[in-house]
Ligand binder design. Structure first.
Ligand SMILES: Cc1cc2nc3c(=O)[nH]c(=O)nc-3n(C[C@H](O)[C@H](O)[C@H](O)COP(=O)(O)O)c2cc1C
Length: 197
């Protein structure tokens, strides 16, 4: 692989990207969720299991279905966001391994594992994919507002009933109103978080 991203691009997806709670009155084009997914899906997962499943909540009716599951502090920002992505994970991800990992019988490695172990694996890989999702959204010019402040069981009942998909986190999408941001909180320095050994 050669080449690096420009400083402007690094600013866009990392240095100047913020978590937004207030949204400009600008809708998210219908083509964007597909474009986000088509980038995010390329990020690596264990045995290429790709457990992330997403529901893009956009209509008023679907937003009302989501509303009762939200923590009070997340209601306003979510109801006003142009789109809210429900980032879920398929705990029975192994069913798709014959398609996703065709050169080996990877389904056999996972299918008899206990549900809590499957969920742990799906959470690790689904969360990685959720991270790829946010970076992809930012790379396409959108702002994100990730949230774990909601009742997972209620979201699962409302959006994933009758499946083995479970909610992981929510991510509001839109164009953030930067004038409403509070100052950026600090991050750990390299020396505080990392060691070279
Ligand atoms: C998985 C996850 C869950 C979060 N849950 C909430 C939440 O429920 N409500 C909220 O207001 N912010 C939530 N946040 C936002 C974080 O507080 C925010 O991303 C962090 O402070 C960094 O802010 P910055 O991106 O503006 O630097 C969440 C972020 C992540 C990644």
């Amino acid at each position: 692989m050669s080449g690096v991203m420009s400083n402007e691009d690094l600013d866009l997806i990392f240095r100047k990207a913020r978590t937004h709670s207030a949204w400009l009155n600008k809708s998210v084009e219908d083509a964007l969720p597909t474009q986000i997914y088509d980038l995010a899906k390329m990020g690596p997962t264990s045995a290429n299991m790709c457990p992330m499943r997403i529901i893009f909540v956009k209509s008023r009716e679907a937003k009302e279905k989501l509303k009762p599951a939200l923590d009070p502090g997340n209601v306003d920002k979510t109801m006003k966001a142009p789109v809210t992505a429900v980032i879920g994970m398929d705990v029975h991800f192994y069913e798709k391994l014959p398609q996703l990992f065709p050169h080996a019988d990877a389904k056999a490695w996972f299918k008899d594992l206990p549900e809590n172990v499957l969920e742990y694996i799906a959470l690790r890989n689904g969360s990685l994919q959720g991270g790829y999702f946010m970076l992809a959204a930012r790379a396409l010019g959108l702002d994100c507002g990730p949230m774990s402040g909601f009742d997972n069981a209620k979201v699962d009942a409302a959006f994933f009933a009758g499946t083995r998909i479970k909610s992981n986190f929510l991510c509001n999408l839109g164009y953030g109103d930067a004038s409403k941001l509070h100052p950026r909180s600090p991050r750990l320095r390299f020396e505080e978080a990392c060691k070279m050994v």
